[in-house]
Design a protein around this ligand. Structure first.
Ligand code: SF4
Ligand code: SF4
Ligand code: SF4
Length: 309
């Protein structure tokens, strides 16, 4: 019998849904074993019945539930709770679902501050009060899905790599355990390290030093070149079976989208240590609290007072 899969998106950009659609050949192999019973990105399924006839929000029962996006408003919370109720195994997909992701940056501000900017202060807006009718109210802050309901499996990344999602689904179908590695992006990075850096941190808009076509092994570590690279404090795995971190392969420093190396780790502390160890001063990094926590602002890592430091 096919495994029933439900998928939902909360506060999300849709990128993690594109990942699912982009799994490619492995998904074709998996398709005979899967039955998608609910997936707003590709199928029309009204929460309250096709004509709104149902009293309560309802999602079909499923063996596996996939949720992307963070919990930012009351509707997100309601949908996450219904998914938990209806899905035997619940998987949080992507950095938003697991750590707050980019929407988690909202946690630097109070709801009132956000409403003032969005509905009153932007130059293109005719100032008006925040609407309260027929739209779901905002939560007091942005939550990771696991702060709202129990999550069985967490797959990070912004977006989650298709290969990793396929591997997790395959493990589930075969009854095997899917485990994330507790290693850093640096552990998989092929760039050349000399254990000493230039003495100042460069602006992110400057280009890293490399010769086009040069093998990655001959390019100097971006942090040693003076760029802020979050590889030392970020979980590995974005490079898939090729084991070359995605951004590094594109000659870009890591921005930390895979989140902490292990549950409970503090990337900000890890990064301060890594920068200091090669002679760079973490205090030179502008907006360092949001920069260190760019993808992980839920779980109380970012708070309103921090926005004004
Ligand atoms: S993790 Fe990234 S790609 Fe996925 S929904 Fe969030 S912002 Fe979009
Ligand atoms: S700091 Fe960045 S560039 Fe340097 S080794 Fe780590 S991941 Fe690679
Ligand atoms: S290199 Fe860093 S920012 Fe880039 S995809 Fe990997 S974990 Fe994410």
């Amino acid at each position: 019998m096919a495994v029933r899969v439900a998928e939902e998106w909360l506060a999300t950009c849709g990128g993690c849904e594109v990942t699912l659609l982009d799994v490619g050949m492995p998904l074709l192999d998996l398709l005979p074993s899967l039955e998608f019973v609910h997936m707003p990105v590709i199928m029309d399924h009204k929460y309250y019945g096709q004509t709104g006839e149902q009293e309560g929000l309802e999602i079909p029962e499923a063996d596996v539930g996939l949720i992307s996006g963070s919990v930012h408003n009351k509707e997100n919370r309601h949908v996450a709770e219904e998914m938990r109720k209806k899905c035997k195994t619940l998987i949080a997909v992507g950095s938003c679902a697991n750590y707050g992701g980019i929407p988690g940056m909202n946690n630097l501000f109070t709801v009132a501050e956000i409403a003032k900017v969005v509905y009153q202060d932007t130059p293109s807006t005719d100032a008006a009060p925040m609407p309260t009718n027929e739209i779901p109210g905002l939560e007091d802050r942005v939550y990771a899905v696991s702060e709202v309901v129990k999550v069985d499996l967490k797959i990070p990344g912004c977006p989650t790599p298709p290969e990793m999602l396929a591997e997790a689904l395959t493990c589930l179908l075969e009854g095997k355990e899917f485990k994330l590695e507790e290693r850093s992006v640096c552990d998989e990075c092929p760039l050349k390290r000399e254990k000493k850096a230039v003495t100042f941190i460069k602006r992110p808009l400057e280009s890293v030093e490399f010769i086009p076509g040069q093998p990655l092994q001959e390019v100097r570590c971006f942090m040693e070149q003076g760029f802020f690279c979050q590889g030392p404090a970020t979980r590995s795995g974005c490079g898939g079976s090729e084991k070359v971190p995605r951004c590094i392969k594109a000659y870009m420093p890591c921005r930390g989208c895979f989140g902490p190396i292990r549950e409970g780790a503090n990337p900000m502390v890890d990064m301060m240590g890594a920068l200091s160890s090669i002679g760079l001063n973490p205090r030179e990094i502008p907006d360092r609290v949001p920069t260190f926590n760019r993808f992980i602002g839920a779980q109380n890592r970012l708070r309103p007072s921090m926005g004004r430091r």
